[in-house]
Design a protein around this ligand. Structure first.
Ligand code: FES
Length: 168
């Protein structure tokens, strides 16, 4: 028989998993918290990927198929973007005040993409999140999983360019 041994292990020490776990915990880690927890993942990460969906399934003890079902059924969820690289700009209050709009404008000007879009060559997807859990580092951006804090448009564009060039 399986015994429930407390909260599942977080996938990494990324602080955002703690925020996701807190949502699940608030709902007693019960299956009915599925939509709410997926919302939190999307708010923190900008999209849902396989890793996150598995974590949610384990935390709430819901079959992975059901988690995938919910993630793909509701239009307000975004699955992992199709670009080879993903840049998530935080547009939460702290980041917004400290310059998120200028970051989005710089990406739009350079790559011609708005939030939710991918460049035609599939190199870069741009996403937004409502809080990356690093408000002290506002404005914050996550480029291919790496958090860039107190980032200027120029620095951010440099990191994006480096990420894209790296594969060529
Ligand atoms: S508002 Fe951007 S990290 Fe919290």
């Amino acid at each position: 028989m399986l015994t429930y041994l407390g909260p599942p292990q977080l996938p990494s020490d990324d602080k955002r998993w703690k925020i996701v776990e807190a949502t699940a915990r608030r709902h007693g880690r019960e299956p009915h918290a599925l939509i709410e927890t997926l919302h939190t993942v999307q708010e923190c990460f900008g999209y849902l990927d396989d890793n996150a969906l598995r974590f949610v399934a384990t935390t709430l003890r819901v079959p992975l198929s059901r988690v995938y079902g919910a993630a793909t059924f509701y239009h307000f969820f975004t699955l992992k973007p199709k670009g080879k690289h993903a840049c998530v700009v935080c547009t939460g209050t702290a980041c917004y005040i400290k310059g998120a709009p200028a970051l989005l404008a710089a990406i739009d000007k350079t790559y011609g993409v708005k939030p939710g879009e991918t460049t035609p060559d599939n190199e870069l997807s741009l996403l937004t999140a409502r809080c990356l859990g690093s408000c002290g580092l506002a404005p914050a951006v996550v480029m291919d999983g790496a958090v860039l804090g107190k980032v200027s448009p120029g620095e951010m564009l440099g990191r994006i360019e480096k990420g894209i060039r790296h594969d060529h």
